[in-house]
Design a protein around this ligand. Structure first.
Ligand code: ACO
Length: 332
């Protein structure tokens, strides 16, 4: 009988731009306060890419660091999957640009768009190609320059987002984090809750779309909040059940970093103590698709994991989209 391949993350990397935008900076830009932002979101600062720094640049840096951690060369990569809702261009794909930057000359390349759930959608795509035996090493990258789509006059959105990139190498051999279960979902009926209305073929750039600010990110924050907690809890429950695990079997929760109140609500639903919930929301804000990838990389650098320990990842975003995954630490 053929040996069943099990996909695993064998390398991780991330990149954060240098510039820090603090709550105090935002107080000088819009009518807001450090107190409002901290109490409603848990955010204190976020990173903002330089004017000449784009998702492909940040993604390439994260990719190179993931390659180093997996001890692989760019030419070992068979496919690049990029998740971004703020790509360099509509076309070509950001994956194409990163392929050229890192010289991954043997790789196929494509982008996917699942807003803040993008990293889990990319992970699921990589897992499918690995477990079907089609490819050996897949580089997935989540990279966002949300600041390019944010209206820094709109206090309801400008305090929330930051820029950054995370990357992972998915293969079938070696030490790493085995992908045990991965559950994805979407509800396109609620597509209007999170959107960038112009810039696509429905509303191409015109003087009017620019004047009306239709190229900026828009969100019904309050509505999204309720769906976020419900959907991430649902997907996490489904993933735990599929893996035959109880919530007490989870060593660490690594949630999408949209808002500390959302994270706390999920942790409470699963009885996971705060010191086992990995958070970056205070220092990076919401980096959309990149947030779980960045958090996972930092967690793996900070903590020693024993074989058999389980991590629960969960994300939610525009689309609407959501998902969860159970990863298990495995040896060589
Ligand atoms: N500073 C001060 N006051 C503000 C600010 C601000 N930055 N922003 C809004 N307010 C005001 C509002 O105008 C409102 O005032 P009003 O009562 O006089 O009308 C009041 O604060 C309350 O506003 P709400 O929107 O009800 O505040 P809420 O407690 O819901 O917090 C937030 C808003 C932080 C956006 C929250 O709803 C949230 O986190 N939502 C989920 C976001 C999310 O999960 N996004 C993930 C998907 S994003 C993606 O896919 C890229």
């Amino acid at each position: 009988m053929a040996h069943q391949l099990k996909a695993r993350i064998i390398g991780l990397g991330s990149y954060l731009p240098k510039r820090i935008l603090t709550n105090q900076d935002l107080e000088r830009m819009v009518e807001t306060s450090d107190e409002w932002i901290v109490s409603r979101t848990g955010m204190r600062e976020r990173r903002i890419a330089a004017e000449d720094e784009f998702p492909s640049d940040m993604g390439a840096q994260a990719a190179l660091s993931a390659l180093r951690s997996a001890d692989l060369r760019p030419e070992d990569i068979d496919m690049i999957v990029v998740a971004s809702m703020s790509p360099d261009y509509i076309s070509p794909s950001t994956a194409n640009l990163i392929q050229a930057k890192i010289k991954a000359e043997n790789a196929a390349a494509m982008d996917i768009q699942a807003a803040c759930t993008g990293f889990l959608y990319a992970l699921s795509t990589a897992r499918a190609f690995i477990e079907a035996g089609i490819y050996r090493n897949i580089l997935i990258i989540a990279t966002e320059k949300m600041s390019a789509f944010i209206d820094y006059k709109d206090r309801a959105t400008c305090v929330l987002f930051g820029d950054g990139a995370g990357a992972a190498i998915v293969g079938s051999r070696g030490e790493g984090l085995r992908i045990d279960t991965l559950c994805l979902g979407s509800d396109g009926q609620l597509a209007d809750l999170v959107k960038i209305p112009a810039g696509g073929s429905r509303n191409p750039a015109t003087e009017a779309t620019v004047q009306q600010g239709m190229h900026y990110f828009q969100m019904s924050g309050n509505e999204v909040f309720k769906h976020a907690v419900r959907r991430m809890s649902m997907a996490s429950r489904e993933c735990l059940a599929k893996a035959g695990l109880e919530e007490t079997d989870v060593s660490w929760l690594v949630p999408h970093q949209a808002n500390k109140r959302i994270i706390d609500a999920i942790a409470k639903n699963f009885n996971i103590p705060e010191n086992k919930v990995y958070q970056t929301v205070h220092k990076y804000g919401n980096t959309s698709a990149s947030s779980i990838a960045i958090a996972l990389n930092e967690l793996m650098q900070e903590q020693e994991f024993q074989e058999g320990e389980h991590l629960l990842l969960t994300a939610f975003g525009g689309g609407l989209t959501w998902g969860a995954a159970i990863l298990t630490k495995v040896g060589v």
